[in-house]
Structures are given as C-alpha cells and as structure tokens.
Design a protein around this ligand. Structure first.
Ligand code: SF4
Length: 406
C-alpha cells in the first residue's frame, strides 16, 4: 500500500470544526457545522459550491443516484437524499456533483487503516479471536455531538493530512498480508463510501474473507440489499429509541435504522446492536424498555445487544461518563424482558463483558479486554448443555444467524 505524503491541510472546514469545539456549550442543541442551524433533518445542509475544480485519482461515479433537470443529481445511498447542483458537496462531505454526475471522492483513499481484534468492533458472536483488517475514509451522514472519530468523520477527503492509496484489490492483498480473516468497513461511516465498500466486499467474498460492516445503519433499501449479498456480519448502532433524540443528538432519524435491522434479519445476516448510553440523552429507562420491546417483537431475542459506557467527547465533552450502575441496570432489564445476549462495553472487568449460555447460564466466553482466556463452545454449541448459540462460529458449518439457528 502506498501512503500519501502530507497534503495541504485546508483551513475552511477544519477551522469551522475547531471553532465549534472551542465554543462548546454545556448542553449543545445544535450542530454548528458550516451550514444552517439544526433543523432535525440534515438533508438540506449540503455544502453549496464547495466541490473541487477537478476530479482526482480517488474519484468514482456513484452507483446509486438519479440525474435531474438542470444537471442536478440526487444521491440515493442514504435517507439524507442529498440534492446537489453542479459544484455542490454532499452532507457527508465526500461526494460531489461534477458537471451533472455524482462522484465519490474517497474511492480507494482510506485515511485510517488498522488490524483489530474482531471483539473491538464490537462483534462478540462472530468468530471470536479473528483479526479484522479495518479501514475508513473520511465522511459521515450523521453529525453526532459525541462522535469519537470526528477528526475523520466530519472532514472532507482533502482535509485529512495522511491518507493511503488502497484500491479494492490492494485491500484484499493487505488483509491477507496482515493475516486477517475479515475486512471491517468501520471507524467513520462506510455508507458514505458505499462504492468503495461494495467493490472491495465483492472481491473479499471471492477471496474467502469475511465482510464486516460497522455502521449507523442509515442507508436506503437498494444499496442495503446489494450489500446483503456480500455481507457476513454487522455491528450497527441503535443510538436511541426516540426520533427527536436521533435528530438532535445525531442528525438522523430512527425509522430507517429500524428498517435496516429488519432487512438484515430477513436476510439471515448476523448483526449486533450497539446502544451508547449518553447521560441526559439516552439514559431513559422507559425508552430502553421500548427499545427492548421493539427488538423482541421485530427481530427476536437472539441478536446481541451491547450497552456502551459514554465518555466525554467532541461537543459533549462536559458531560459525565455513564454511571456503571445504569449500564448494569439496563443489562438486567433487557435480559429480564427476554433479550438473551446483553453486554456492557467500555467497562473493564464487568460481568457483562462475558457470554453466558441463555439456556444453562454457564460461562461460555470469558473476555479480558480483547483476550479470551475461556472458550466453552464447540461447533457453535454450548459445551455444557449443547444449546445452539446464535452467531457465526468456527466449526459450526453454515452461519447460524439469530432467528435462523440450525
Ligand atoms: S451518502 Fe452522502 S451524499 Fe449520499 S445521500 Fe447520504 S449523505 Fe447524501
């Protein structure tokens, strides 16, 4: 792989982000990036006239868009449905209208690559201990006030000082070289580099490498269905069970994410749900109960659910961390309601780090950070009572996705 030398770090967007951080309020209600105040719908907040003068080697025409009159285009990858006039840049910052065509500017141009343990995604029921060759480009279709990776998610491709040239064939070679059995599209928001992700995923499928999608799940049906054809596992954020919170905290909406869960479930794709518990935003007991009830009614009890501890970040850096007692309570609540595999994340040495058989309750997988000292599954079954454990396991034959266990 070829690492690109330091590029000119353009000041516009970065300066905007920096001033936003410097001017943090105790209780931010708005995403004050370069366009309008929060409307609860970021669809209209494209970057007018901000496109580049010419394309570059990492430009690829979009796969899912429609040309309109007046050389306008509408991107149909995610529910933001960005409507771009010539010269405009998308809400997710990495797509532009160039002379009446939609282009991704980040194809083969990751800004972050790493080889991670799969447990870091987190994916706890998918081939424990394997490595995930992980990559991200800049860009995100959300504006989470607590974003951990805002330096890349809220940046335009040319604003990130170090990037790589890594076209899909080179990703496969790099994954093999790092002895990773999987490729994870992660860190920022892979929906925004859909073309790069799916081309790479198709090659990975041919090469016998797993494809893992770590995402906010904010994607339209057509690209999601295409992705389902090559996807092996997913770790999807369910940021809240309230549309107003999705709009205010994340700049998105709830229903499209729920639709994504239903589609993945219908296509027998293993996925795990991630709920970050943000004090004052998503630590509402009634909301968590409603969320668990929806899960049980719509996708059943077997998809793992992770409650993660929030730590102060980005524009919410003055909030306190989530009390561990809140996470423990939510785990108990979810399990009492019937969700079978509920975890607590970002808290070391918590009983909710481990996997217990939903039938006999014995310890199946002990986790010490990303190390697994105890592993009591054989062929995807509990060693003690022979119950099939939902997930994708070594020696289990065909994947047993939740709700579709063999
Ligand atoms: S992927 Fe990006 S350009 Fe396409 S609709 Fe979503 S935010 Fe807009």
């Amino acid at each position: 792989m070829k690492k690109i030398s330091r590029r000119r770090f353009l000041g516009g967007g970065a300066a905007c982000m920096m001033s936003a951080v410097a001017g943090q309020a105790w209780w931010p209600l708005a995403d004050d990036t370069c366009e309008a105040a929060v409307t609860g719908d970021i669809r209209g907040r494209v970057f007018k006239g901000d496109g580049p003068e010419k394309l570059w080697q990492w430009s690829r025409e979009g796969f899912v868009y429609t040309k309109l009159e007046g050389r306008k285009v509408i991107c149909e990858v995610c529910p933001n449905l960005c409507l771009l006039s010539p010269g405009d840049r998308s809400v997710c910052r990495s797509r532009v209208n160039m002379d009446g065509k939609l282009y991704s500017l980040a194809y083969g141009n990751p800004c972050s690559i790493n080889t991670d343990p799969i447990e870091k995604k987190p994916l706890f029921h998918f081939r424990p201990r394997i490595k995930a060759f992980s990559l991200a480009t800049t860009g995100c279709n959300f504006r989470c006030l607590n974003c951990q990776n805002w330096e890349i998610s809220q940046a335009k491709p040319h604003e990130v000082p170090y990037t790589y040239t890594l076209f899909p064939e080179e990703v496969i070679a790099a994954a093999r070289k790092s002895q990773a059995e999987s490729i994870a599209y992660t860190y920022s928001e892979p929906v925004t580099f859909f073309e790069y992700m799916i081309d790479t995923a198709r090659l990975a499928r041919q090469a016998g490498i797993y494809n893992l999608w770590v995402s906010n799940g904010y994607i339209n049906a057509k690209p999601l269905l295409a992705l389902c054809e090559v996807l092996d596992g997913a770790s999807i954020n369910l940021k809240a069970f309230n549309d107003d919170i999705y709009r205010g905290l994340n700049g998105g909406r709830l229903q499209p994410v729920l639709d994504t869960f239903k589609t993945l479930h219908a296509h027998h794709i293993h996925f795990e749900m991630i709920n970050l518990v943000v004090p004052g935003y998503t630590d509402d007991d009634e909301m968590v109960k409603k969320m668990c009830a929806w899960i049980l009614d719509n996708i059943g009890p077997d998809h793992p659910l992770h409650f993660l501890r929030f730590f102060p970040r980005y524009k919410l850096n003055r909030l306190p961390p989530t009390p561990v007692s809140t996470l423990s309570r939510y785990r108990q609540m979810a399990m009492q309601m019937g969700v079978r595999y509920v975890y607590v994340g970002n808290v070391a040495r918590h009983e909710g780090n481990h996997t217990y058989c939903h039938n006999c309750k014995k310890l199946l997988i002990e986790r010490q950070g990303y190390v697994i000292p105890t592993y009591n599954l054989a062929g995807g079954r509990c060693k003690f009572c022979d119950t099939v454990i939902p997930g994708v396991w070594e020696g289990a034959g065909a994947p047993s996705a939740p709700g579709h266990s063999s």
